[in-house]
Write a protein that binds this ligand. Structure first.
Ligand SMILES: Cc1ncc(COP(=O)(O)O)c(C=O)c1O
Length: 362
């Protein structure tokens, strides 16, 4: 991979960054991956350690106990849940199943939605969140853009990379207006929010709704590859299951899922840490005169550099010299070379980043 593309790699591409910049990957402070700084829950470590012999077995192909655990955690019906190899597998399977001729993707957004729609031969229309509206979605404007031939609407809530969010009421409004259009809500970051914004309760009411979630970010386990989708349409679920490889969730992810969702202490500690650091960092950043920070309900911030003589790529290059990795957001649609994204880590690391950013921007 060429060096010029490195600053816009997926947040998880730590290996590639470490190879090119010659930095030991364990020494990188990774503000680009959006992963919970508390690390893998100890309950999950213990469960995996105690289940190594189970690698000699196949997982339960129907994942009954795992789906039961997800149902208790989310309030969804067990029958409505499909377990997958990270949210990525389910995003891909759902889009393949709908096979949209025309999809509307609220953007800037996670790049995989567009890639999937295009790889299915569909037309993707990007619906722009506006900078002048602080990247909050104007649902009336979205509804006015949905036509009879729109097969799918994709929304990430809270959205990556803007951190902005929709309330459950706004999602209901969209679903009510777009009865004949599938709506996929990606809730990869929803558990970091301190607002009650999940669309999972709406799945019981709207058969055109597919909610997808991962565990990689909140439960700090991207290497496990565990995600789940919730949908009350039996035909959608059976089409997805037809396409899905059996046992795509490995046995350690299956075992982990049965303990992580019950780990109330880990969940509480995460929400407390992220809420308090989100407030502290925001309060600090609004004092920076060379940065504009957007309000966020996720575990990351999107910022706009207000200084004319420095780009997001230059800031990326400056920070990586100190082994600090942020996401240069310049490749996202509708953003540009003045946008940065970085996630919330532990308090000391966050302070270090704030100080380094201050230095770059003075
Ligand atoms: C919005 C969003 N959805 C999905 C994913 C993929 O996550 P997973 O590891 O669950 O496949 C990511 C990863 O960065 C993401 O940001």
């Amino acid at each position: 991979m060429e060096k010029k593309n490195l600053h816009v790699l997926h947040g998880g591409d730590l290996d590639e960054i470490s190879r090119i910049y010659g930095i030991n990957k364990n020494e990188i402070l990774n503000f680009s991956g959006n992963v919970n700084p508390l690390g893998l829950p100890s309950s999950v470590k213990k469960a995996i350690a105690e289940s190594t012999d189970m690698a000699a077995n196949y997982p339960d192909v129907s994942y009954v106990a795992l789906r039961e655990a997800i149902a208790s955690y989310t309030g969804a019906d067990r029958e409505h849940i499909i377990a997958g190899n990270g949210s990525t597998e389910l995003i891909s399977l759902f889009i393949k199943t709908v096979s949209p001729k025309k999809a509307v993707i609220v953007s800037p957004a996670y790049s995989e939605y567009l890639r999937e729609v295009v790889s299915c031969g569909g037309n993707a229309e990007l619906f722009p969140l506006r900078e002048e509206e602080a990247f909050m979605l104007d649902t009336d404007r979205l509804k006015a853009n949905i036509t009879d031939d729109t097969d799918l609407i994709v929304i990430c809530n809270p959205n990556n990379p803007t951190g902005t969010y929709l309330t459950c009421g706004q999602i209901r409004d969209i679903l009510t207006h777009c009865k004949n259009t599938y709506v996929m809500i990606d809730e990869t970051y929803v558990e970091f929010s301190d607002k009650d914004i999940s669309a999972i309760p709406l799945t019981k009411e709207f058969k055109n709704l597919f909610v997808v979630r991962g565990t990689s970010k909140f439960f700090a386990c991207p290497g496990l590859r565990l995600g789940y989708g919730v949908c009350s349409s039996e035909s959608i679920r059976s089409d997805i299951n037809e396409r899905k490889d059996p046992w795509s969730v490995n046995i350690f992810a299956e075992v982990s899922g049965q303990v992580m969702f019950k780990d109330k202490a880990f969940i509480k500690n995460t929400v407390e840490l992220i809420s308090s650091e989100r407030k502290r960092i925001f309060d600090e950043l609004i004092q920076f005169k060379n940065i504009y920070v957007y309000d966020t309900q996720a575990n990351f911030f999107l910022c706009r550099i207000l200084k004319d003589d420095i780009t997001s790529t230059q800031i990326f290059e400056e920070l990586i010299k100190d082994k600090i990795l942020i996401r240069d957001a310049s490749d996202f649609p509708y953003l540009g070379n003045r946008f940065l994204r970085f996630c919330i880590l532990d308090k000391n690391s966050n302070t270090l980043l704030l100080n380094s950013l201050k230095k770059c921007l003075k």
